[in-house]
Design a protein around this ligand. Structure first.
Ligand code: TMP
Length: 212
């Protein structure tokens, strides 16, 4: 986003890849360095978004693939317009759990919709907004599944999808990262938390130095 003053960082990866842990560590590091950080997420980073999150994650029946893609895009449109852009205009660091790459990876993995149309829908919703940096925490779905099982999380429609679906999600994220190497930082999420955090900080420090 060119006319902004702040910095926009998104975290992506499969369920159980450790995004929340890394976002917590990065937020502390940025705050200690004097930055104002806005932590947010999709779906559910706004008042309207919290209602949409409840539908997409907790509705127990099927949702038609196009309807699901539109719900994520509606969440995104409202979130970018009312939360992300204002924070960037105030000069803050926006640290966001998931963005349009999740739509391409997850809604694309259902095999009904094609990646380009999902991405175009999201770009329309967000008026073309793309993050300065996207950190992809890459992890094989079996390891991620074991982490989620041990965390005893409540029922979630998407986490309950089959292994094959999550393998397609992972491949889609890696393909997105390969297509936009300047925007993405791909990290092996199987490693030690502190090692991962250090790798992320290094890249974020470069980004913030370049912005000044
Ligand atoms: P979370 O628990 O990491 O917030 O993720 C919510 C779920 O929503 C996760 O399984 C991925 C899914 N999702 C999509 O399918 N499409 C999207 O556009 C987004 C943002 C999330």
């Amino acid at each position: 986003m060119s006319a902004q003053r702040g910095t926009w960082i998104t975290l992506e990866g499969g369920d159980g890849s450790g995004k929340t842990t890394q976002a917590d560590l990065l937020e502390s590091w940025l705050t200690d360095a004097g930055h104002v950080v806005l932590r947010t997420r999709e779906p559910g980073g706004s008042d309207v978004g919290r209602l949409i999150r409840d539908i997409v994650l907790h509705h127990r029946g099927d949702i038609a693939p196009r309807a699901e893609a539109l719900l994520y895009a509606a969440d995104r449109a409202h979130h970018v317009a009312t939360v992300v852009r204002p924070a960037l205009e105030r000069g803050e660091v926006v640290l966001q759990d998931r963005y349009l790459d999740s739509s391409v990876a997850y809604q694309g993995a259902g095999r009904v919709l094609d990646a380009t149309e999902i991405r175009d829908l999201s770009l329309w919703a967000a008026e073309g907004a793309l993050p300065d940096l996207t950190v992809l925490l890459d992890l094989d779905p079996e390891t991620a599944r074991a982490r989620l099982d041990s965390a005893d999380k409540p029922f979630d429609r998407l986490e309950a999808e089959k292994g094959e679906f999550h393998r397609r999600v992972r491949e889609a994220f890696l393909a997105l990262a390969a297509a936009e190497p300047d925007r993405f930082l791909v990290i092996d999420a199987a490693g030690d938390h502190d090692v991962i955090a250090t790798g992320i900080r290094r890249r974020v420090a470069d980004l913030l130095a370049g912005d000044r």
